[in-house]
Design a protein around this ligand. Structure first.
Ligand SMILES: [Mn+2]
Length: 484
């Protein structure tokens, strides 16, 4: 099947599912807590509201036994799951529900049929997941864009939700490999651009262009790092002075958008030259300078409403990490001014947490095994930032990039695990979703995610057994990896 044919099949299925949504008398929305989950949930909620169907929304950190039980109790309406569910379809086989997700679907049991599609069609689960259509779910479509396809099929008027869908895609870093959104996400981007809601601008793809002073923006740019500037206190000041850029307004540092366009161009050419000189791979350069997405009409800069889709996603992620889910939904749909100022405070606290946890982990060092290396923050950092820390360390030039990074933190009486690989490891056969699921299940926990990034929750005290199982699974994948 060509890409267009796959897209057509996916869109046809989203139209079929839209009819199921439209016929519901009540909708129970369950969604994940990150930017993609909050965007998806907001899209689902608003879709139901516009249909005048009563809807409830609940945010879930993970699909554990308790969450499963809660979902299974919802029999007097239609359950619509977002950004989770695909990995555990068999738990809900006897219910009618919609699952809009992009995580790797649960392997289909051999008894239920030879092909995943066929057996799912027989159940009453309306499962919209790109993987089932041969579309890459970790880069070309996320949950918010999946739910958007359903929403758009419910009513053409819902095209105005496309910017929120893009926030989820960028929040899940789906634009980072190529420096632009691709695949099914591109269709959503076209909707947003064609309706005049979003403008595509080639610019630096840093975090904090609206919320950080310029020197902090450059110093903290870690994805990937700017050689000689990132994590080097004082280096950004020296650079700006040598480029003769005035970045102060009174006593306050200006943000990226507050300095002029010429000044921005000077900084970008300096960075590109530096990256080329350091022989940074082209795809990493794309993640520093590439497409950025600006939401038109969010000019309420006074109200702090993010215009940049990446900033928007950063705010939603901060809301999710610190359990202020309604604030996140408020930014997407409702009481924006109040929600944005609340979210900005959360983000400031989050940045302090990340910086201090990076210092902590670097100070203690990573413990290497055969094909993985790990750290354990115990209760010294919130469990919600361990994935971020593992991701930042994976990108750091000081880290051994031939081993997967695994981070542990205590979480509500259990242990939360986050693992991060890189594109080279995935090309060599790494599938963290599968390895984390198997290692977690071997110690009675749950796990899954994407090939490059996955999570798990295990019992406290089972870390060592888990690490051994994970190391073996990853080593097995890398030794069986496809040649080339
Ligand atoms: Mn997601």
């Amino acid at each position: 099947m060509s890409l267009d044919e796959k897209a057509d099949a996916f869109i046809a299925e989203s139209k079929r599912i839209a009819k199921v949504i439209g016929a519901a008398e009540k909708i129970y929305i369950f969604t994940h807590i990150d930017a993609d989950g909050i965007s998806s949930g907001s899209i689902a909620f608003e879709t139901a509201r516009r249909l005048s169907i009563p809807a409830e929304i609940k945010f879930l950190k993970k699909l554990d036994d308790e969450a499963t039980k809660l979902i299974r109790e919802k029999r007097d309406g239609l359950v619509w799951m977002n950004d989770l569910g695909s990995g555990y379809v068999s738990r809900f086989q006897d219910m009618e529900m919609v699952i809009a997700d992009h995580h790797q679907p649960e392997p289909v049991s051999p008894i239920s049929g030879s092909s995943g599609q066929a057996s799912l069609a027989e159940s009453s689960i309306h499962h919209l997941n790109a993987h089932l259509f041969g579309i890459e779910g970790s880069t070309e479509i996320c949950s918010s864009t999946t739910s958007y396809f359903i929403s758009r099929a419910v009513s053409k008027n819902n095209v105005d939700l496309s910017p929120i869908a893009l926030v989820g895609a960028v929040g899940d870093l789906q634009d980072s490999r190529h420096g632009r959104l691709t695949g099914m996400n591109r269709i959503v981007l076209e909707d947003a651009v064609n309706s005049g809601l979003v403008t595509v601008v080639r610019d630096g793809r840093f975090y904090g262009k609206e919320t950080r002073g310029l020197t902090k923006l450059l110093e903290y740019s870690v994805d990937p790092p700017i050689p000689g500037i990132s994590s080097e206190p004082g280096a950004a000041e020296r650079l700006l002075q040598s480029l003769r850029i005035n970045y102060r307004n009174g006593g306050r540092e200006m943000t990226w958008y507050e300095i002029g366009i010429e000044e921005r161009r000077k900084v970008m050419s300096f960075i590109v030259e530096r990256l080329i000189a350091e022989k940074v791979p082209a795809e990493d350069i794309n993640s520093v300078i590439g497409e950025t997405y600006i939401i038109n009409g969010n000019e309420g800069a006074a109200a702090g409403m993010p215009r940049d889709v990446k900033e928007f996603a950063t705010l939603l992620n901060a809301c999710g990490r610190y359990e202020h889910y309604e604030t996140g939904m408020g930014i997407c749909l409702g009481d924006r001014e109040h929600s944005v100022s609340d979210a900005l405070k959360l983000l400031e606290g989050h940045r302090r947490n990340v910086a201090s946890t990076i210092r902590l982990v670097k100070g203690e060092g990573l413990s290497p095994m055969r094909k993985i290396q790990y750290f354990h923050v115990r209760d010294r950092a919130p469990d919600s930032i361990v994935g971020t820390i593992a991701g930042i360390l994976m990108k750091s030039s000081e880290t051994d990039s031939s081993r997967v990074i695994v981070g542990f933190a205590y979480s509500e009486g259990k242990v939360k695990v986050s693992a991060r690989g890189n594109p080279d490891l995935v090309a060599a056969g790494l599938n963290l979703s599968d390895a984390m699921r198997r290692a977690a299940e071997s110690v009675g926990g749950i796990g899954g995610g994407h090939s490059i990034a996955a999570g798990a929750t295990i019992e406290s005290g089972s870390e060592e057994a888990f690490l051994n199982a994970l190391d073996e699974a990853v080593a097995g994948q890398l030794s069986n990896g496809h040649a080339g």
